[in-house]
Write a protein that binds this ligand. Sequence first.
Ligand SMILES: [Zn+2]
Length: 62
Amino acid sequence: MVRSRIVGICGSDVHAALGSHPHIPLPYRPGDEVVGVVEAPGAGASGVAVGSRAGGTELVLR
Ligand SMILES: [Zn+2]
């Protein structure tokens, strides 16, 4: 599990939040680029320590 610290807002987020993105329906919660801290490594994770910085897209971190 990664606790997010900073979330980026990109152009796709803006279009989605305004309802003008062709593939993302409303309601939409903007912010799909995330940097945070590992609170609990996932099952099977190796070389990841609690407190390590982690980042990725929302889809990667789920
Ligand atoms: Zn984005």
